[in-house]
Design a protein around this ligand. Structure first.
Ligand code: SF4
Ligand SMILES: [Zn+2]
Length: 348
């Protein structure tokens, strides 16, 4: 059942990619995006510089349709820019960090995998990391990658170039449940992730895991259960940080097809609060949740009145790790959320 659903998602996603991808621009026509945000930097309150490098993007999205909720491939360009231009882009983006002080992290995203050399050639990767190795206020460098590119050689090289700064690799595992992951068309298994985790731990790199809150086809309560279960399992595996990513409806994705038909609703913000309150105190890993598009129909939302307050509380919790930020939050729609969860269970 799940295998055929995965094939179906892949089929529709590939069709959507064909329709939307031609609008991508040639290399060099899109500058990098970057911004500064508060961050929890290795146990301390600090800031992160987030840089999105425009590369050719995720091969999984290009060749297999990619993950059902992911539209990041449309942020990419037709081919990866040459290493010198990537480095130039990075340095330009880094200028935004001029006003920041210690401790800061640098998050380098590519709408795909930092360790896939089709996206970031090794020369560009080395030069970016070498540049950061001389920046005293930078304590941690976080990059994203699918597991198949996290090789011993690539990680070792990166650690050596960084000369003692912490390298953290973020992986979009989405869930520890292989059946649920197949509903996302992720294309790798928990055992693939475990092998990568083992490599990263052996080399003393940090490991951050993204969990998707409410993949398509899961009811709200099932999604809550799936994420809580995943957090508990990941904590036992000693991952360093877990980022809860509430599903948002990106343009040109399979999830958008469902959403337009009325068959998908992004998670309630109450569900995010519940998950963190339920697992807090049981686990050692840092938990963060910085939703995007909160309060919008395409993003996680409640009633419209309380969304901004809850979004702020989640983000404050993420930076401080102080659970008080999430206690005593209230709104009339909390009851509506509880009824929604119950009715959804009864009606199917
Ligand atoms: S979520 Fe990650 S692996 Fe999946 S398509 Fe997007 S970039 Fe690729
Ligand atoms: Zn409300």
């Amino acid at each position: 059942m799940n295998a055929s659903l995965s094939r179906l998602i892949s089929h529709y996603s590939l069709k959507l990619r064909k329709e939307y991808l031609p609008s991508r621009k040639p290399a060099g026509h899109i500058p990098p995006k970057s911004w500064i945000e508060p961050d929890h930097v290795l146990g301390k309150e600090g800031h992160a510089l987030v840089v999105i490098l425009p590369t050719v993007g995720c091969y999984w999205a290009l060749t297999a349709g990619g993950c059902s909720m992911c539209g990041y491939i449309y942020d990419g360009v037709l081919s990866t820019p040459p290493p010198t231009l990537i480095l130039e882009y990075f340095k330009l983006a880094y200028e935004k960090a001029a006003s920041l002080s210690y401790p800061m992290s640098v998050k380098i995203f590519t709408s795909g995998s930092f360790f896939d050399e089709r996206e970031v050639p090794k020369l560009a990767r080395d030069e970016i990391l070498r540049f950061l190795s001389y920046e005293t206020k930078v304590e941690e460098v976080i990059v994203e990658s699918r597991p198949e590119f996290v090789t011993e050689e690539a990680v070792n090289d990166a650690i050596n170039v960084l000369r003692g700064k912490r390298l953290t690799v973020a992986i979009g595992l989405e869930t520890t449940n292989d059946k649920v992951r197949s509903l996302i068309n992720k294309g790798f298994s928990l055992s693939d992730f475990k092998a990568t985790l083992e490599t990263l731990k052996r080399l003393e790199a940090g490991v951050k895991v993204y969990l998707l809150v409410k993949p398509p086809f899961l009811r709200e309560t099932e999604a809550i259960f799936d994420v809580e279960n995943s957090i508990r399992q990941l904590s036992k595996m000693n991952v360093d940080a877990i980022s809860l990513n509430p599903c948002t409806v990106h343009k040109g994705t399979f999830v958008e097809l469902l959403w337009k038909r009325g068959d998908y609703r992004p998670p309630w913000l109450w569900s995010l609060v519940k998950i963190i309150l339920d697992v807090h105190g049981e686990i050692d890993a840092t938990i963060t949740c910085a939703p995007t598009a909160s309060g919008h129909p395409r993003g996680p939302h409640n009633c419209g009145l309380c969304d901004r307050g809850i979004d702020t509380a989640l983000k404050r919790f993420s930076v401080t790790q102080n659970i008080k930020q999430l206690k005593n939050l209230n709104c009339k729609c909390k009851l509506q959320w509880k009824l929604y969860c119950q009715e959804e269970l009864i009606s199917q």
